[in-house]
Write a protein that binds this ligand. Structure first.
Ligand code: PSV
Ligand code: MN
Length: 406
């Protein structure tokens, strides 16, 4: 790579953008994204799961694949697990295997949507014994988190109804509060419960935690250990997600993200593949908050996680692409000239303010990211490094029929 080209270009960009290049590089080197164990396994739509050769057969092999993503990107040292998909008898062994691969276990995701008992709801089921069972599963996840040294329980509550009148919506709300407060009480002080929301599916009429406002209200009631998780695929079309992010940042109640991209609904496509500007605008809010002394603690404390299912694309390259798209959006957001932007906002100069944001998005950050990677001892082109490593061919020995989410 031609470092002269980089330094000439970057001296100019630095000047134009009013940013300190060392600060930008430092932020990029410190930035981490968590990948999900289920993103390496077989997945599909409700119509078909296309089984791929080489898919991991266990959590141990999922970790091995995740380690490849970390190896080439240098920014994915943690892996989220889903219970029971990744359930094992010996979690110490999982922790050790992760450590041998240079990884740690990240968020522990309970699964309250794949048991017959939960057909009419889990935490919100009218039957007390089912609510008790669901709480029991969440407590089991807290225990697993302790065993693997994880501090995050990440809850997506699939509960909802299909028809008007099917459930008592207010009563179900109380059950969410009641059951989750039991879980919160069992969690250590340094653990966090991230509450994810989704406006529909599998419930087509109402969902018990349908949007960020409901997740926020529950998190407020549950206290300091509870925060909101924003999954980019869980909003109606046209929603201004960066506004939600800014609001939650200011409230110090944003706990994490599930990155993915959608065209129509919860499509779980590669993050940044459909709407890279949206992804950049989200990071623009995060960087803005990180530089703001009122909210910088929250901005630094966010769990950046990917939540994707790669149904037709090869899974490890898809994960690498996702991580790189996130890194690119973040790098661009670091280049917004905050002084120019603030000044334009204060003068009500709409055109200048919009330009300050857009111009950062239009910057080519490829040379910057190449240098950051080289300084981290990585290949400047992570995708090429992976494709040339031979790992993709090696895992074909695993055959077809690995572990999946269905
Ligand atoms: C649900 O659509 C979701 O976003 C939740 O985070 C689940 O845990 C994940 O996808 C995997 O199905
Ligand atoms: Mn999610």
């Amino acid at each position: 790579m031609n470092n002269d080209r980089y330094y000439n270009e970057w001296e100019k960009i630095q000047k134009d953008r009013g940013v300190n290049l060392d600060w930008v590089k430092e932020r990029l080197k410190a930035f981490k994204v968590e990948t999900p164990s289920w993103g390496y396994g077989d997945s599909g739509t409700r119509f078909k799961v296309f089984k791929q050769a080489g898919v991991p057969r266990s959590i141990f092999e999922k970790l091995e694949d995740a380690a490849q993503v970390h190896k080439v990107t240098g920014m994915c040292p943690t892996v989220a697990i889903h219970i029971p998909w990744d359930k094992v008898d010996d979690y110490d062994k999982v922790k050790r295997h992760a450590a041998d691969l240079g990884l740690k276990i990240g968020a522990v995701n309970p699964n309250l949507f794949q048991e017959d008992d939960y057909k009419f709801g889990s935490l919100t089921n009218a039957k007390p014994e089912i609510r008790k069972k669901a709480v029991g599963h969440m407590l089991e996840c807290v225990e697993i988190a302790r065993k693997v040294d994880s501090k995050i329980i990440s809850l997506w509550l699939a509960d909802g109804t299909n028809y008007p009148g099917q459930g008592d919506i207010r009563m179900r709300k109380k059950w969410v509060e009641e059951t989750l407060s039991e879980v919160i009480d069992a969690m250590d002080d340094d653990m966090r419960l991230l509450i994810e929301y989704k406006f529909f599916e599998p419930g087509f009429y109402h969902t018990d935690i349908a949007d960020w406002g409901m997740a926020y209200a529950f998190a407020m009631k549950l206290g300091e250990k509870a925060e909101v998780l924003v999954d980019l695929g869980h909003h109606p079309l046209g929603t201004n997600i960066e506004h939600i992010v800014a609001f939650l940042l200011d409230e110090e109640k944003i706990g994490g993200f599930h990155f993915n991209n959608k065209k129509y609904a919860d499509d779980d496509l590669i993050v940044g593949s459909i709407n890279p500007y949206e992804l950049f605008l989200i990071f623009n809010e995060i960087v803005g908050a990180a530089l703001d002394p009122r909210t910088n603690k929250t901005a630094e404390n966010i769990a950046y996680m990917i939540d994707q299912s790669h149904n037709i694309e090869p899974k490890i390259p898809a994960m690498i692409r996702s991580v790189l798209n996130i890194q690119t959006a973040y790098a661009k957001a670091l280049l917004v000239n905050r002084e120019v932007l603030k000044d334009a906002q204060n003068r009500n100069d709409v055109m200048a303010a919009e330009a300050a944001v857009r111009e950062a998005f239009e910057c080519d950050v490829t040379p910057l990211l190449e240098v950051v990677r080289e300084e981290m001892g990585l290949s400047p082109d992570p995708m090429k490094a992976y494709l040339e490593s031979g790992y993709g061919e090696k895992i074909l020995e695993r055959g077809i029929g690995g572990q999946g989410w269905t």
